[in-house]
Ligand binder design. Structure first.
Ligand code: CMC
Length: 429
């Protein structure tokens, strides 16, 4: 029971509504407004700017201080000491694995990487020039039709095996979508490679010759996945929870998450950053783009800048920036012209009053696009990479919701349309 209350008095009424104030382990207290509706009121909060939609133990963000914790561990420490598999385990099970748990979990994940051969037939139904996010969205949803054996969401074992399948098969499906778009044969996963290395192998190997996965690049790929693994109740995760709250199967919920991720204000930003840098084309055009971003009449925004929650440097962006330098030097691309434009743009924006006063800092997508480009990944695949990384987060949130008590998500509205009126029968003839 809460010991603190907020009291709400409505003008013109003598009713005072007492609302419990709840405290979490970290972060702002929340006012529990569930009983408002029995008093005849709803709250109004477009974009959920001030609304906690659920209780969660998975991820904490302090946007003012630039802090991101998964199960209590700072993202910087996870990026330094863990790999993606460990973080997946942490998100799903709440604790870091010991070496034995890690080895057994890794084997399980690798043994689920193959997809049903019939998926290739489905793939062939897409246009060659289809955006890979459209393909992934379709293929993930379609996975539900292959696994009727494990779709009982009330069964703990079914939920676990579905989590393995989704985490394991996402990179395979992503690489299949890419190979299809360039007309190359699909490359099967290799169980002796790490998660990131295996993805690079499926993307870039061909049946004609050996493909060597550079450990530095495999590590960079793994880190990109790790840095995207979860981010609290963002748009795609909230979509997964909302879809899941109706009892829908997890494959379709994750497909819904992929759809929400695709937009340029969310996961689509990494693709948009690269397009913007290409459009800028030369350092001498940067001022013009900064001016466009500041112009209220112009819808243009500096892609890769700003965040709903972070009003400080995005902690993921700091790590990504370091990775970016490592990868570019490994590939001998430190003088890449696009990178030069990016660095200059970042410097100018960070010193500009408009960006300072609105607390607009580079976010994770600003650097991830540059690394992905250096790794040879085509721009259309960037958001797909984000989706692979975010999959364990989506599943962890879905699982947390389904294994606790939940109700179907059903927001209300402030209705401003026509009042009730009679059908105009006289105008009918
Ligand atoms: N360039 C120029 N102005 C901006 C930008 C930007 N990138 N982002 C925000 N603003 C301005 C905006 O015009 C508004 O100004 P005013 O108060 O004068 O109207 C103010 O800053 C606040 O913006 P907002 O749209 O109210 O903020 P939001 O919290 O609704 O939006 C955002 C957050 C991420 C959608 C937005 O910053 C944006 O569109 N950024 C570019 C896209 C991007 O990089 N998205 C990736 C987010 S990180 C990856 C992820 O987690 O999905």
């Amino acid at each position: 029971m809460s010991e603190k209350f907020a009291r709400l008095t409505i003008d013109g009424s003598d009713v005072t509504i007492e609302l419990p104030v709840l405290s979490g382990t970290l972060g702002a207290d929340v006012i529990d407004i569930q009983q408002l509706t029995s008093n005849g009121y709803f709250t109004y909060d477009p974009g959920f700017v001030s609304t906690a939609s659920c209780e969660s133990k998975i991820t904490f963000i302090d946007g003012e201080k630039g802090i991101l914790l998964h199960r209590g561990y700072p993202i910087e420490q996870l990026a330094e000491h863990s790999d993606f598999l460990e973080v997946i385990y942490l998100l799903l099970y709440g604790e870091l694995p010991d070496p034995q748990q890690k080895a057994s979990f890794g084997t399980t994940i690798l043994r689920h990487t193959m997809v049903h051969e019939q998926m290739l037939e489905m793939l062939k139904g897409f246009r060659r020039d289809a955006h890979p996010m459209a393909i992934i969205c379709g293929l993930i949803g379609a996975l539900a039709s292959f696994y009727h054996d494990a779709l009982d969401i009330t069964n703990e074992h079914h939920r676990e095996v579905t989590a393995y399948r989704l985490v394991s098969k996402m990179p395979t499906l992503a690489a299949m979508a890419y190979k299809f778009s360039i007309g190359q044969p699909f490359i099967y996963p290799r169980n002796d490679l790490c998660y990131g290395g295996n993805f690079l192998h499926m993307m870039f190997a061909t049946p004609c010759e050996d493909y060597h996965v550079s450990p530095v690049l495999a590590r960079a790929m793994d880190r990109i996945f790790l840095l995207h693994a979860d981010h609290e109740q963002n748009a795609s995760t909230s979509t997964v929870r909302l879809a899941g709250s109706s009892g829908a199967n997890p494959f379709t919920c994750i497909a819904a998450g992929v759809a929400a991720l695709w937009g340029p204000a969310h996961g689509g930003a990494n693709e948009a950053v690269l397009k913007m840098l290409d459009e800028i084309g030369d350092e001498k055009h940067i001022d013009q783009f900064i001016a466009k971003a500041k112009d209220k009449e112009d819808p243009f925004r500096l892609m890769g800048f700003g965040h709903r929650v972070y009003k400080n440097f995005d902690p993921r962006a700091k790590v990504m920036k370091e990775s970016c330098d490592e990868v570019l030097s490994e590939l001998g691309l430190a003088d890449d012209p696009i990178l030069k434009i990016a660095k200059r743009l970042e410097k100018i924006a960070l010193e500009d009053d408009y960006f300072i006063s609105k607390k607009l800092y580079p976010n994770v997508d600003f650097y991830s696009g540059i690394i992905l480009k250096a790794l040879g990944i085509p721009t259309e695949m960037f958001t797909v990479i984000f989706a692979i990384g975010r999959t364990p987060g989506w599943i962890a949130h879905w699982h947390e919701m389904i294994s606790g008590s939940y109700r179907i998500g059903r927001p209300r509205q402030l209705y401003t349309g026509p009042k009730s009126r009679d059908y105009p029968i006289d105008n009918k003839s």
